[in-house]
Design a protein around this ligand. Structure first.
Ligand code: BYC
Length: 472
């Protein structure tokens, strides 16, 4: 039975029979999906110390308890309404925001919500084997926290589909549980969500870079004229911040440990001999997930993006910090690659909205890399991590089909084939990572050799707290 007690919410679920009926049908399928495609080996006998959102105020949001994963209380929350909120950009600037979906934008809005929704279960599927290779109980718990929140983000999108899109919405909600990451016949919609994540270096890079795309996309959807979409995504952003924390501090802790091991190995020595992760390997994984996540912003020139903006469906990140919100006559100077050479052209700004958001994203990523490099600097090493050029390893947009090195220098296909594993993980790199992660660490307070402990534990608890326990 669907009840407001089992499903924490601030959308008046107990008074909404239509939504209750839709969820009654969908929820058992969701639980089945979670059991089949969620964390493998941690469904029945483990309890995890997780945070459950039980309301949107700060106290209700930070409610911690031990739960068995399939019994997690996935809730439905909208951020508080903004009084007299008006459309903030595009052709309908200044008009009241919409509480219902306008018929003429129904397809576009459904598509945006389905695309967003599809990424959430996809990421849980991608990460489902990581628990069996975890570097510590602290990290295991963080993985599951991220997983249950991605599950909740799926609920958030399903709430919108069920509430505002009738029959088609219910069908789309079912299909969100039917597509599968990496499945040849029914893959997830966006490419980065079909890539395997079977080691923790990939997991941390994913939560650093791909969750940051989540942040930029959610920021732009939170500007939407469809008020329920705006309010839903605003609340999701608060959870996204923790996922990026997991990624950024995860890599920071690996770097910390790598620096210690490099010193032990005698500065120029090979840290792999000491079971650590060398900086070139870290850089390759950074290159991989940054470039895959750049692709998630769509093509540089996009009539879809122009129409989303014109119709007020999807704005720019922090729209209110821009001077002008109609953006009809301004241009974006964009670099094209023609006949092997860069050529700058002026593109109507509305058509360049994907690139505008990508600019914001690249800046946010660059700031994170600066923070990582401080660790190398503090340890006295001259190596630095860096973001590759935007043209490097692109599968979507105008650079797809061409080859560039991380400095943006064009390469022939032969040069690329010869050199790509200098910049992207090779099979040997993957095997090495799996070899040092083969034995999971389940002892409280212990950490795998390749990663330093965190500065502090969760919710002010000690680092050696038993964040995941077998059932008592
Ligand atoms: N892979 O005009 P274009 C997150 C398709 S992450 C495959 O360039 P448009 C999370 C596109 O659909 C955030 N296909 O792009 C993170 C279109 O197809 P059609 C997820 C792609 O329409 C971690 C064609 O190419 N949120 O939350 O502006 C863990 C040309 O389209 C890709 C969203 O994405 C790709 N990478 O689309 C968990 C927000 N890129 O029409 C969660 C919702 C484009 O020819 N989505 N295509 O069939 C959107 O805002 C937009 O759909 C896109 C760009 C940003 C994806």
């Amino acid at each position: 039975m669907i009840s407001a007690e089992k499903i924490p919410n601030n959308v008046n679920l107990s008074g909404n029979k239509r939504l209750q009926r839709a969820l009654e049908h969908w929820q058992p399928k969701y639980i089945q999906w979670w059991r089949d495609m969620g964390p493998q080996g941690f469904q029945d006998y483990h309890q995890v110390y997780v945070r459950t959102a039980i309301s949107v105020d700060p106290e209700g949001w930070a409610h911690f308890e031990y739960v068995k994963l399939p019994e997690y209380r996935w809730g439905i929350f909208l951020a508080d309404p903004v009084h007299d909120r008006r459309i903030g950009f595009g052709d309908f600037l200044g008009q009241p925001v919409w509480q219902e979906v306008p018929g003429e934008f129904r397809n576009q809005l459904r598509r945006l919500i389905v695309t967003q929704g599809d990424t959430e279960p996809a990421s849980v599927e991608q990460q489902r084997l990581l628990g069996q290779r975890c570097p510590s109980l602290y990290d295991l718990r963080n993985l599951f926290q991220v997983n249950v929140e991605e599950g909740r983000h799926l609920w958030a999108m399903v709430y919108l589909l069920h509430s505002y899109f009738g029959r088609d919405g219910r069908d789309e909600a079912e299909e969100l549980l039917e597509r599968q990451s990496g499945n040849r016949d029914k893959p997830r919609i966006l490419e980065a969500f079909n890539e395997p994540i079977d080691n923790w270096l990939d997991f941390f890079m994913f939560t650093m870079f791909t969750d940051r795309d989540g942040k930029s996309q959610l920021m732009s959807l939170s500007e939407s004229s469809l008020d329920p979409l705006s309010r839903t995504t605003r609340f999701m952003l608060t959870e996204e911040a923790h996922h990026m924390f997991v990624g950024e501090t995860g890599i920071a802790r690996i770097l910390e440990r790598t620096c210690q091991l490099m010193k032990e190995a005698g500065f120029s020595g090979d840290v792999r001999k000491l079971g650590g992760i060398d900086i070139p390997t870290i850089q390759k994984h950074l290159n991989l997930w940054f470039s895959l996540s750049l692709d998630l912003h769509g093509s540089e020139v996009s009539s879809n993006a122009a129409s989303y903006f014109a119709n007020g469906l999807k704005g720019r990140a922090k729209e209110d910090t821009f001077d002008e919100h109609v953006v009809k006559d301004s241009y974006y100077s964009m670099e094209f690659f023609e006949g092997g050479k860069p050529v700058t052209k002026e593109i109507l700004m509305r058509n360049a909205m994907n690139e505008v958001l990508r600019d914001w994203y690249v800046g946010d990523c660059a700031a994170g890399v600066v923070r990582w490099n401080r660790i190398l600097e503090q340890h006295g090493f001259s190596e630095r991590l860096r973001l590759p050029d935007r043209k490097f390893h692109r599968g979507i947009g105008m650079y797809a089909g061409f080859h560039f090195d991380p400095n943006g220098v064009p390469l022939t296909s032969e040069q690329w084939e010869q050199r790509k594993h200098e910049w992207l993980p090779s099979t040997a790199d993957a095997e090495y990572l799996l070899s040092i992660m083969a034995e999971p660490i389940y002892e409280p307070g212990k950490f795998a050799n390749y990663i330093a402990p965190p500065r502090r534990g969760i919710n002010q608890l000690p680092i050696d707290f038993q964040y995941v326990r077998t059932e008592q």
